[in-house]
Design a protein around this ligand. Structure first.
Ligand code: AMP
Length: 501
């Protein structure tokens, strides 16, 4: 589809979404964002940055570039490397500034309408927005906007922001953008592009990450610092919670347009979501995970012959566990990296094969051994059940499970895909019951204070916790307006597929 519209001339070339898919009506989350300004090859550099952020979302990717006259957009269902490595695609994204987005898939299938960046022609000119996070009052705001005549092009919560900007009081763009954001609640780390500026902004709690870097003479914004490493950009600093940076060719302006709040960064980014080679808020994700493993070994010691990680996410914690316990580390489970999600059939009967397709036991290492398995988290329990069975079938004498997070008991409404409580193993069962269900000789989770210690706090401050840990505690740091009005944005059920990979 190609169209040109309004004063900013967006040329948008999209592909991959079927008509059926357009019927799907869900909000989406789990994303990565990137932006660069000004740089020759801005789109190619954005594609590389998005490739480094691919772990944050694998369903779709998009780039919007501005060439001084036109906004050009390319959006695709699929992986960055499958589409944005083609010179023909990059050639359609001329300009010295670009922003991009990767997003995660859903149970209902891919939907090109929701692939970001979202773009709108406003009276002020074009505006493209890439969003990581999830708004908890988007449904309510959308209903209000629609009642007032707004026509939505997608089901994404991000589009609500575009409408709010368009309806804001006339004034300087940064004020209109801030006024729009003061109306939303929830989590947002945004990178936006207008015909004059690139803007980066983090919600007042700073739930999702956003970092600022330099690449030659350009400014770079990204969800994680690993996106700087891939292009050789240098990390400058994190965008602070509640901060908006407005970047033009020669200068960067920082404003704080929101009410000041104590930050509540997502602790699960350290446990699982971020890439281990990233540094977030001054903490190395890899080091944090190793430290979680050390704490776990001290809190839940076990007499065993081997520490074996559930690859890949359990690896750094298992290294820390082995180091602190003195038990040898072995790669007793090998992961096949070529199992794509599309390879997994959706029927239960076939899905059951998932973990065997993805993981295999290294028998020679495991036979006759007392094994400690280390994984980052148990969500539904599907992975643990299958991995434990695999390890037992390989001849392990004892299987102990250690989990580098407290029990996951509550859904995330801020941009991490989790099922509703009823589907979470730890919501329904005690630790003892879970041990029986997944058939381990012992099961231990890190404590909340242990996790806080591992990421650099002495303990969880119960009166005013330093992180968002709502998935473990149920203490949500914002209002959940949509939920309280029964307008809940459905939690995505992809996790079933992802765990079964
Ligand atoms: P489950 O099999 O449902 O218990 O899922 C647990 C596994 O899924 C863990 O080994 C994690 O590595 C992974 N995981 C944890 N949280 C998420 C998430 N939000 N999305 C996808 N995978 C996850």
């Amino acid at each position: 589809m190609t169209f040109e519209a309004g004063p900013s001339h967006l040329t948008q070339i999209t592909s991959g979404g079927s008509v059926d898919e357009l019927a799907e009506d869900k909000f989406f989350d789990e994303c990565g964002v990137f932006g660069i300004c000004p740089a020759s090859d801005a789109a190619a550099l954005t594609a590389l940055g998005l490739h480094a952020l691919q772990h944050r979302g694998q369903e779709g990717a998009g780039i919007v570039a501005y060439d001084g006259e036109n906004f050009n957009a390319e959006k695709r269902i699929g992986l960055v490397g499958d589409h944005f490595t083609k010179q023909s695609v990059i050639d359609r994204l001329p300009g010295d500034r670009a922003i991009g987005h990767v997003r995660y898939s859903t149970a209902g299938g891919a939907n090109i309408r929701n692939v970001q960046p979202m773009f709108a022609d406003l009276s002020t000119g074009g505006l493209a927005v890439a969003h990581n996070g999830n708004l908890t009052n988007a449904e309510s705001l959308r209903a209000e906007l629609v009642a007032n005549g707004a026509i939505f092009q997608s089901t994404s919560d991000t589009e609500v922001i575009l409408h709010l900007v368009s309806q804001s009081e006339p004034g300087p763009f940064k004020d209109r953008f801030a006024a729009a954001l003061r109306r939303v609640e929830g989590a947002y780390s945004l990178v936006a592009l207008t015909n004059k500026k690139m803007i980066g902004v983090r919600d007042p709690l700073g739930v999702r990450p956003l970092v600022l870097g330099r690449y030659e003479g350009a400014w770079v914004l990204a969800s994680e610092s690993c996106a700087f490493d891939i292009i050789g950009a240098t990390y400058e600093r994190d965008i602070e919670p509640g901060e908006m940076v407005i970047i033009s060719e020669d200068r960067i302006e920082s404003i704080r347009p929101f009410v000041d709040m104590a930050s509540r960064f997502c602790i699960f980014e350290y446990v699982y979501f971020a890439r281990p080679d990233s540094v977030i808020e001054g903490r190395s994700v890899y080091e944090s995970r190793k430290q979680i493993g050390r704490e776990l070994a001290m809190e839940c010691p076990v007499d065993a012959d081997l520490v074996v990680p559930v690859p890949d996410s359990g690896v750094p914690a298992a290294i820390g566990f082995a180091e602190a316990s003195g038990i040898p580390f072995e790669l007793g489970i090998i992961r096949n990296h070529y199992v794509g999600r599309t390879f997994i059939e959706p029927e239960d009967r076939i899905r059951h094969l998932g973990v065997k397709l993805k993981h295999n036991a290294a028998r020679a290492q495991l036979a006759g051994k007392k094994v400690v398995l280390v994984d980052d988290s148990i969500v539904r329990g599907t992975t643990s059940l299958k991995i434990v069975k695999l390890v037992r079938e390989a001849g392990a004498k004892e299987v102990h499970m250690r989990i580098a997070a407290p029990p996951t008991m509550h859904p995330c409404y801020y941009g991490v895909d989790t099922p509703e409580s009823e589907e979470l193993m730890a919501f329904k069962h005690s630790v003892e019951e879970i041990a029986k269900i997944i058939q381990v000789d012992s099961l231990g989770y890190i404590s909340m204070d242990g996790l806080y210690r591992a990421v650099g706090e002495t303990a969880r401050n119960n009166g005013a916790p330093q992180f968002c840990d709502a998935c473990f505690t149920g203490e949500y740091p914002t209002q959940l307006t949509d939920r309280s009005q029964n307008k809940k944005s459905p939690q995505l059920s992809l996790l079933v597929e992802r765990a079964a990979e």
